[in-house]
Design a protein around this ligand. Structure first.
Ligand code: SAH
Length: 349
């Protein structure tokens, strides 16, 4: 385990780093040099910062740590999907996934160690929330996947989704700070248009995203537009009802003018009837939106089963008749437990 008594240098902003350098009698511009080594070049130790004097490097080493993540376990699926189990400076583990398609390489990253929500179809929900990830720990997951994209696919990373472990809107500041670094020219220079934050649906925080003028995409894990069913699936719906979410989404759209994606699993005997499909179609009318129908990834022998193809077709027909764009998403990486909701399924905690 790395030492934790020194400060993690990547918790400092560029301005804070500049102030620090000035306070120790160093030139201000050194801060920018260090910042670039830390972020756009992702250096893991001070000795490699070759444009700094040896004395400066030693001084930094004495006062700071670079708490870099370590890819502790690497698994590759038959379909090309890669899952990284990532070790953090305090030995906690989170997972991130690389999803290749012919056109894209997507990084699916985690925002928390474990999760405090109790969506009862999700494996991550069985872990209690241990802690929030720091911005650099989120950023490093993207860097690790970017390196793997080049190494194994000879292509760059194209998209990032916050659909790994945890609820990004319950780690709001750090997730936004990580996205800011990912998008910055002094970071990875990735466009916010290629980033999607997926939330369980916390109305207040969706409004805050809009107020803060974010430029990335928003996805909402809806799974049912009927309160009774949604509460059964996702207890958070008790305090963030379908109506409250609709209001928050209208607010989001009025400010951002950005479409929202609804993620939706259709389960046998739970939400696979016409009433639920029509409720979804109605919900989709609130603001411009599209639906991703995700295949259910079994997490045990439990009560949830994927609905039949006929029921999925029923949904597609009803949505299409209402003029709503819906896509059925093939599950990826199931054989290595890297698919939606399977993260942490088999880790020995
Ligand atoms: N907390 C965020 C992001 C993590 S989950 C959120 O709730 O959106 C990413 C997506 O996987 C969500 O849409 C979630 O509902 C879905 N999911 C969870 N468990 C699943 C499972 N077993 N099969 C398919 N999708 C699942």
């Amino acid at each position: 385990m790395q030492q934790v008594n020194k400060q993690d240098i990547r918790k400092l902003s560029l301005q804070e780093l500049e102030q620090y350098f000035e306070s120790v009698g160093e030139k201000r511009f050194r801060a920018r040099q260090v910042y670039e080594w830390l972020w756009s070049k992702s250096l893991k130790n001070f000795d490699d910062m070759t444009n700094l004097s040896k004395a400066t490097r030693e001084h930094l080493k004495e006062n700071f740590d670079i708490n870099h993540i370590l890819v502790d376990q690497f698994q590759r699926s038959d379909d090309g999907t890669i899952k990284n189990a990532v070790k953090l400076f305090d030995d906690q583990i989170v997972e991130s996934v690389l999803i290749p398609t012919s056109k894209r390489i997507t990084a699916c990253v985690s925002s928390q160690v474990g999760c405090s929500l109790d969506c009862n179809f999700c494996a991550t929900a069985r872990l209690k929330r241990m802690r929030n990830l720091n911005p650099d720990e989120i950023y490093d997951q993207v860097v690790a996947i970017q390196e793997e994209a080049r190494l194994y696919f000879d292509r760059p990373l194209t998209n990032i989704v916050f659909m790994g472990m945890g609820e990004p809107l319950l780690n709001y500041q750090n997730v936004l700070a990580a996205i800011e670094r990912v998008c910055s020219p002094t970071g990875l220079g990735i466009s916010p248009r290629r980033i999607t934050l997926s939330t369980v649906g916390i109305a207040k925080m969706i409004r805050k995203l809009a107020d803060d003028g974010v430029r990335f995409n928003l996805a909402l894990s809806l799974h049912s537009a009927i309160n009774e069913t949604r509460t059964r699936l996702m207890p958070i719906n008790q305090t963030n009802t379908v109506e409250e979410l609709a209001d928050a989404l209208k607010y989001w759209y009025s400010i951002t003018k950005r479409k929202v994606t609804y993620e939706y699993v259709i389960w046998d005997g739970i939400n696979d009837d016409e009433r639920h499909a029509r409720a979804l179609a109605k919900f989709c009318k609130h603001i411009p939106s599209k639906v991703n129908i995700i295949q259910y990834n079994p997490i045990d022998e439990g009560e949830y089963r994927q609905a039949s193809p006929e029921k999925v077709s029923l949904y597609l027909r009803i949505l299409e008749d209402s003029g709503i764009v819906a896509k059925v998403r093939k599950s990826r990486g199931q054989d290595i437990d890297a698919a939606c909701g399977q993260l942490a399924n088999k880790i020995d905690w």
